[in-house]
Write a protein that binds this ligand. Structure first.
Ligand SMILES: [Fe+2]
Ligand SMILES: [Fe+2]
Length: 176
């Protein structure tokens, strides 16, 4: 965890929001492949979207969501977000070449889901959770450092930075 720029308490929120941008960007390739009716490109793009989306939703559910759901104020909303993760999986899998309607269904659901998190749950979490709860969230959330993803934080002071380049031997690097 970054501990030198003052943003460590909301690091996981910044990470999730950055992952949302990556997922939406990858979705553009998927949409293009579907529209073109290209089966091979569709499968490649679908697997990129899935490779970004499912580790993300798992990280949300086992970390932040689990801690927030202990508060009954948020429990039912979080249950509905988890149900949307399941629905997104069904709708992503159902997309076939040339089926723009299926693509639109998935994309609209994805954007709506992300909006609920970026503009609803995450700001609420920033207010609702205290220091010990954020520490717990950090401890139980799977790390996203897979060896090649820059680690970018939201910057309260208006700056952004990246961690040191990830190289062989970096504790967050992956041998996979
Ligand atoms: Fe989510
Ligand atoms: Fe998310």
């Amino acid at each position: 965890m970054c501990s030198y720029c003052g943003c460590d308490s909301i690091e996981v929120i910044g990470r999730f929001m950055a992952e949302h941008v990556e997922i939406i960007n990858a979705n553009g390739e998927l949409r293009a492949a579907v529209h073109a009716g290209e089966a091979e490109a569709l499968e490649a793009a679908r697997s990129v979207v899935a490779g970004l989306l499912w580790p993300h939703t798992v990280a949300e559910e086992v970390g932040l969501f689990q801690v927030m759901a202990r508060d009954e104020v948020y429990a039912s909303h979080i249950a509905s977000l988890c149900a949307e993760h399941e629905s997104l999986a069904v709708h992503l899998a159902a997309i076939t070449p040339g089926d723009d309607a299926a693509m639109t269904l998935f994309e609209n659901e994805l954007r709506d889901h992300i909006d609920k998190e970026d503009n609803g749950l995450f700001p609420a979490a920033a207010i609702a959770l205290g220091g010990p709860e954020w520490i717990e969230v950090h401890e139980i959330t799977p790390h996203s450092h897979d060896g090649d993803t820059p680690h970018v934080h939201p910057a309260p002071s208006g700056h952004t930075h990246q961690d040191e380049p990830v190289a062989a031997g970096h504790p967050g690097g992956s041998a996979l």
